[in-house]
Design a binder for this molecule. Structure first.
Ligand code: PMP
Length: 409
């Protein structure tokens, strides 16, 4: 077996499909967010503005969060030293879980090393706890949810994105006595649309199903205390399991679920992805704790965030750029419509205009719907937005890409 050739073939395949990814090497500077320095492969540098960070509220640069992490490192050292069951539970972990449970109005919360792991570990474990479980999963659910559902090894049905009529059809056709779970997200990160939580919960009640929501792209940003869209919609108590991340709006890293104490206790006791891995470093949990508390108390940051997103959408639409109408959130997706142009525009934005935004290509989105996905933060200024829109207008004309109304320039 020529092992090296096999790896080469695998990489070539990705290249052929136009999916080969190149990392942008970025240097951050404290206090300069969202500005950064990009280092090219030849070592030369360029100042850029980051337009695709999921540090949606700039909490990764918040002095309150930074100081909390410094203080925790000084007080406790670096790693946690073990799994949660074997010496890896520090007081910061315990406090953070209490804080997150409170944020979602739940009895308990459980930390994982990432949002990915929390989805994968929890969803796969639910099949162990509920024999015969049937999961109903929105077709645009994140890869980590899909992976957990597949690895659970039981029955699953995929419903069309946000299509509650289709979900009901599938629920109706399922064994009425089987345990059921509806798994969906609140804000969908590629289209920027928001699911109908009351409608989904109503169906769950009608058919005796549990509900599992991923609030990864909403946590910290929606609801009066940043509890997510379920908080905004007054639906937190109605959802059985709420999952989210500490790595996006909270600006740190890690994931969690919040639920009734007995649900958390069961997941804690059975989920391999929780049991057999070193817990998060205490300093990360201390930073996340400070961040959650900060965002609970700073609704004005959420207001500014929404204002910035609305302003960017308006400026883009006024310039005729095809902002996707699906977006009713802080995410600003702009349709390009083919992989080659999407990559080309992204490369030229970076090299010629100092704008960093990754192309979103297949398989993340369907072919023919390749797009650029902008994530304005409260710290993106009007001037940055004008520069961005000006650069996009030039590139749209240069590449002859369709504008609003479907016409090329
Ligand atoms: N869920 C969704 C919807 C996501 O987009 C992501 C990551 N982008 C995750 C879960 C995973 O979260 P994390 O980055 O904390 O692993």
């Amino acid at each position: 077996m020529d092992y090296k050739a096999a790896f080469q073939t695998a990489v070539e395949q990705v290249r052929k499909e136009g999916r080969y990814r190149v990392f942008a090497d970025l240097k951050r500077h404290r206090g300069a967010f969202p500005r950064a320095t990009w280092t090219r492969e030849d070592g030369s540098e360029r100042e850029i503005v980051v337009w695709c960070s999921n540090d949606y509220l700039g909490q990764g640069q918040n002095p309150v969060v930074i100081e909390a992490m410094h203080a925790a490192i000084d007080a406790t050292g670096t790693g946690s030293g073990g799994t949660r069951n074997i010496s890896g539970t520090t007081h910061f972990h315990v406090e953070l879980e209490h804080e997150l449970a409170d944020l979602h109005g739940k009895e308990a919360a459980l930390l994982f090393t990432s949002g990915y792991v929390s989805n994968e570990a929890t969803l796969s474990t639910l099949y162990k706890i509920l024999p015969g479980l049937v999961v109903f999963s929105d077709e645009l659910n994140h890869a980590s949810m899909i992976s957990g559902i597949r690895n659970g090894g039981g029955k699953r049905h995929i419903y069309r994105h946000n299509d509650l009529a289709h979900l009901e059809e599938l629920l109706l056709a399922a064994d009425p006595d089987a345990p059921k779970l509806i798994a969906f997200e609140s804000v969908y990160s590629m289209d920027g649309d928001i699911s109908d939580i009351p409608g989904t919960v109503a169906l769950a009640k009608k058919y005796g199903a549990m509900t599992y929501i991923d609030e990864v792209h909403a946590i910290g940003m929606y609801g009066p205390r940043g509890g997510g869209v379920a908080e905004r919609d007054g639906m937190m108590a109605e959802i059985d399991i709420i999952e989210a991340t500490l790595g996006k709006a909270f600006g740190v890293m890690g994931g969690y679920i919040a639920a009734d104490a007995v649900i958390v206790d069961a997941i804690r006791s059975y989920a391999s992805g929780f049991i057999f891995t070193t817990s998060l470093p205490p300093a990360l949990t201390a930073g996340a704790l400070a961040s959650v508390r900060y965002l609970k108390a700073h609704d004005e940051l959420r207001q500014q965030h929404q204002e910035r997103a609305a302003t960017l959408k308006k400026m883009m639409k006024d310039a005729g750029l095809p902002v996707m109408e699906s977006s009713v959130s802080h995410i600003v997706p702009v349709m390009v419509g083919d992989a080659v142009h999407c990559k080309m525009v992204s490369d030229m934005l970076l090299e010629d205009h100092g704008v960093y935004v990754q192309p979103i290509n297949y398989p993340t989105v369907p072919r023919g719907t390749e797009r650029l996905r902008f994530t304005p933060t409260p710290f993106h200024t009007d001037e940055m937005m004008r520069d961005l829109v000006g650069a996009l207008e030039k590139l749209w004309a240069h590449c002859n890409i369709a504008r609003l109304g479907g016409r090329a320039a």
